[in-house]
Write a protein that binds this ligand. Structure first.
Ligand SMILES: [Zn+2]
Length: 269
């Protein structure tokens, strides 16, 4: 692609989607891998069409799950529409995997040997607007003196490089010592070791961005929830998991002394 072309055309949506911004819940829900969208200018990234709906392009079921949770809680929902193969909005832009050259072993031809200008443009047009959107949303809550419990929603593949995963819920955190253990306790009370801390992978500042930077570094009670995506294949399953997670999230909030009853006017809690 010539260096003078933008990635997104004027008719394509911003990477940052925000629903129910003024929801009254203390919870804020974020879904960074919500979409498998590909800007027209980048075609299929050189991938065969059969790969375009696969897990490595996006988090299957995660947006519908996040929506089910946000609606039940009356929480705002921030989401990112473009495929993580364009660039990963849950990575620092300097991370090696910011623009993946492979998705679960499948090469992504258009991501190999990118020029610095091409990398910079993905950062400027996809990553930065999403990060700015999350930050602005959180700043606006501060101005309204609205308490925030920060939750990101992801899904993971049940079989990774041939290895089956038994865990159903991963509760991921780096430095959080409040919401994460409280949520883990609430989930384990119902699901035992089907809910585990930092599984199927742990969180660190090379492989994650949203919770460590927007959440923990800001001093927010924060957690990333990972759900196995074979549990999210029908709308009925998704609603059941949303119900289950809302129950656990409310219980976790209450154990931190935060009321989750929907409130008028976004008052401080
Ligand atoms: Zn994800």
């Amino acid at each position: 692609m010539p260096d003078n072309l933008a990635i997104l055309s004027a008719s394509e949506p911003s990477p940052f989607g925000l629903e129910n911004e003024l929801g009254t819940s203390p919870f804020v829900i974020v879904c960074e891998h919500a979409g498998a969208g590909l800007p027209k200018s980048l075609g299929t990234l050189g991938l065969d069409k059969e790969h375009l709906a696969r897990h490595f392009m996006w988090d299957i079921g995660a947006l519908d799950l996040a929506r089910g949770i946000a609606q039940r809680l009356d929480a705002p929902l921030a989401n990112q529409r473009y495929s993580r193969m364009i660039c990963d909005c849950n990575r620092h832009w300097e991370a090696e995997t910011f623009i993946p050259t492979h998705g679960e072993g499948i090469p992504v031809p258009a991501n190999v040997n990118l020029t610095l200008a091409e990398r910079s443009r993905r950062r400027a047009e996809i990553w930065q607007p999403f990060q700015d959107g999350v930050e602005n949303m959180l700043n606006a809550r501060d101005v309204r003196n609205q308490r925030t419990l920060f939750v990101t929603i992801h899904s993971f593949t049940p079989v990774f490089f041939g290895k089956e995963r038994d865990v159903e819920y991963g509760v991921l955190f780096d430095r959080d010592t409040t919401l994460s253990p409280a949520l883990l306790k609430a989930l384990q009370a119902r699901h035992g070791d089907k809910a585990l801390p930092n599984e199927p992978y742990d969180m660190n500042r090379d492989s994650d961005y949203t919770v460590p930077i927007h959440g923990e570094d800001r001093g927010l009670d924060s957690v990333e929830i990972e759900v196995r995506n074979d549990l999210l294949t029908t709308q009925e399953q998704i609603e059941a998991r949303a119900e289950d997670l809302v129950y656990a999230l409310r219980e976790a909030a209450e154990s931190l002394g935060v009321t989750t009853d929907n409130q008028e006017g976004g008052a401080a809690l």
